[in-house]
Design a protein around this ligand. Sequence first.
Ligand SMILES: Nc1nc2c(ncn2[C@@H]2O[C@H](COP(=O)(O)OP(=O)(O)OP(=O)(O)O)[C@@H](O)[C@H]2O)c(=O)[nH]1
Ligand SMILES: [Mg+2]
Length: 284
Amino acid sequence: MRYAQLVMGPAGCGKSTYCATMQRHAMDSKRVINIVNLDPAAEVFDYQPLVDIRDLINVEDTMEDEELHFGPNGGLVFCLEYLVKNSDWLKEQLCGGSDEDLEGEPDDDYLIFDMPGQIELYTHLSVGRDLVQLLQSWNFQVCSVFLLDSQFMIDGAKFISGTMAALSVMVNIELPHVNILSKMDLLSKSARKQLDKYLEPDPMALLSEVNTESAWGRKHQKLSEAIGSLIDSFSLVRFLSLDINDEESINEVLLIVDNIIQYGEDFDVKVQDFEQADPDDEEI
Ligand SMILES: Nc1nc2c(ncn2[C@@H]2O[C@H](COP(=O)(O)OP(=O)(O)OP(=O)(O)O)[C@@H](O)[C@H]2O)c(=O)[nH]1
Ligand SMILES: [Mg+2]
């Protein structure tokens, strides 16, 4: 089996840092996690990617091209669509290209995809979904990891807006999904305390804060309540917090994500086989 995390989220929320952090943490426990950079506009990051979309295409190519002449945002969407159209290239990079390789036993392929920070790629364009289907056809077990900056999640209105973004990604990408609040180390102690109520949120209670805040809030109370009950009825919108300076926090997040993509489940089976073959057991 192959395993993959697709790391998504708004610009600057800490996606590339998350990837580098997880890779380093895995390395410390003698585990290999490779990173695939799918951000065609990336310049510097803190890791060495196994595969890099910029070897296929980068945003400057699409901006400088006389026919395309894209701006930076349209260029980025074009690059990802180009990647999906040229899936042979990606397959070659990830799986060595041949179908035999796909069926053979890869030695525990575990990849994290560092995606660009343009939220529309995941909320309504089809390119995110297309990429997922490709990976699944190559035997990857995939989950989506959606990051949001915790600093934007300490008041009710922002919480609702962040949650709606997470929801639209969940609904569009249709994968097992984890929401993570990043940059916890930047929050003050009191802000951290305040954040607790957003981790397992009660949207209705949070909305009561929003409603009294402004004239707009009062005027649209019914609408806000409807949104609150929408979030509530999905009841899937939960957040994990991640502090990259705290190994325990990193470990906890990785464990939960591993669990979701069922990484490690077949390890138990191996241990059992081994135990059964133990000659000492036979003597008893
Ligand atoms: N203190 C702190 N800074 C962080 C953390 N995560 C990211 N940053 C900083 O936030 C900035 C953006 O982080 P990136 O990891 O590049 O974010 P990104 O989501 O990959 O950004 P784009 O790819 O441009 O969308 C950088 O300056 C990081 O050093 C964190 O957990 N703690
Ligand atoms: Mg990045």
